[in-house]
Ligand binder design. Structure first.
Ligand code: HEC
Length: 105
């Protein structure tokens, strides 16, 4: 009985972390970010693993990047601008940016 309970708890924890990762990926698709970004390849915008590497250890990065995605901008990764994304809810942006910054090469 005890073993079954432990196995169940472990399965639950695993399912929860998979669900969290999926929902960030789903939001990235839903809000059209995937048209210009992928996790590991530069498309129009930088690969998200490169974004994570650039801001590693920068505690101000989440707030900065949320603002940048909302307002758009250029010059950090090259001359191509990112258009503003004003319609993405803050909660979704927070999930997406937290996910991006957690990626590792
Ligand atoms: C039309 C293409 C396009 C779309 C759509 C787009 N981006 Fe970008 N993104 C870019 C480009 C180009 C850059 C590089 C801007 C620069 O050099 O400053 C960028 C940069 C970024 C950065 C790094 C910013 C920095 O200052 O380092 C993040 C994070 C990001 N995008 C997230 C997102 C998210 C989240 C979405 C969806 C809500 C999104 N992008 C939608 C093109 C796009």
């Amino acid at each position: 009985m005890k073993i079954a309970a432990i196995a169940l708890a472990a399965a639950g924890a695993l399912a929860a972390s998979v669900a969290a990762a999926q929902s960030a990926d789903d939001l990235i698709k839903k809000h059209g970010c995937a048209a210009c970004h992928s996790n590991d390849k530069k498309i129009v915008g930088p690969a998200y693993v490169d974004v994570a590497a650039k801001y590693k250890g920068d505690a101000t990065a989440p707030a900065k990047l949320i603002e940048k995605v909302k307002k758009g901008g250029q010059g950090v990764w090259g001359p191509v601008p990112m258009p503003p994304n004003p319609s993405v809810p803050d909660a979704d942006l927070k999930t997406i940016v937290t996910h991006i910054l957690s990626l590792k090469k």
